[in-house]
Design a binder for this molecule. Structure first.
Ligand code: PEP
Length: 257
């Protein structure tokens, strides 16, 4: 039975220029102590344009904060104007990369095949994908939320061997809860996160299922993090809006308000 270290990851989305990024990471680093970093791994996911600044700060001050990107190309190099590859992200010291976020699926028409190609691209360069799955409101209301999330998991993990599957992070992010202030109940989060873990055991084996960290994301705040973290199959949170407020994010990293 593996012991999963909780992960709190802040998805800054398309917010903060590189100077604001430095200020935010400095504030976080000032507030967080060794006990906090022992309790949970703390990651920030800034826009591409901030990554170099965050890298310089983290390396220069030997911070225990890790960082990653919000997306990557399925290709490693070549004539793909505007794209950023896993090779480039690895070179910038990224640990994580978000793949299949609902905003990418919705606004950039990313389907399961593309998400799968991006997961494979991340793993090729030793980046840990934070694979986002989750249903929209209509699917939830029709009771199809588990099947929908499991279908996205299956699609994203095609051709991913067990050894690599163990290292990925899955984030259950119901679309109706993202940026809406409408958080899923702890029981809702547990229901789907538990089902995702069960599916990992079916796709691979119990060892993989117990190694993979499964996060909840969707309007997480300091006021609701404790109940979410109390769930046995929830290993952390992917935090959007609240992650660009240093004080609030630090409280979330402490699982309390
Ligand atoms: C997200 O974008 O991954 C997210 C969970 O956003 P928010 O916390 O703002 O709902």
């Amino acid at each position: 039975m593996s012991v999963r270290k909780p992960l709190i990851a802040g998805n800054w989305k398309m917010n903060l220029n590189h100077l604001e990024a430095i200020a935010l990471v400095q504030k976080m680093a000032f507030a967080l102590n060794d006990k906090d970093f022992d309790r949970a791994e703390v990651a920030v996911l800034p826009p591409f344009t901030d990554l170099r600044s965050v890298q310089t700060l983290v390396d220069g001050d030997k911070l225990r904060i890790v960082y990653g990107a919000q997306d990557l190309s399925p290709h490693d190099a070549g004539a793909y104007t505007g794209e950023i590859s896993g090779v480039m992200l690895a070179k910038l010291g990224c640990t994580f990369v978000t793949v299949g976020h609902s905003e990418r699926r919705q606004y950039h028409r990313e389907d399961d095949d593309l998400v799968n190609a991006k997961v494979l691209a991340a793993l090729r360069h030793s980046l840990t994908p934070i694979l986002c799955v989750g249903e929209g409101l209509e699917v939830r209301q029709a009771g199809g939320h588990i099947a929908h999330s499991l279908g996205q998991l299956d699609g994203a993990l095609r051709k991913v061997p067990a050894e690599q599957a163990k290292s990925i992070v899955v984030a259950y992010e119901p679309v109706w809860a993202i940026g809406t202030g409408e958080v899923a109940t702890p029981d809702d989060a547990q229901e789907v996160c538990g089902a995702l873990r069960q599916r990992l055991a079916e796709l691979y084996d119990p060892e993989v299922a117990s190694a993979v960290r499964i996060l909840y994301g969707g309007s997480v705040k300091s006021a609701n993090i404790a109940g979410i973290m109390a769930q046995p199959d929830v290993d952390g949170a992917l935090v959007g809006g609240a992650s660009i407020d240093a004080g609030e994010f630090v409280k979330i990293c402490r699982f309390s308000d």
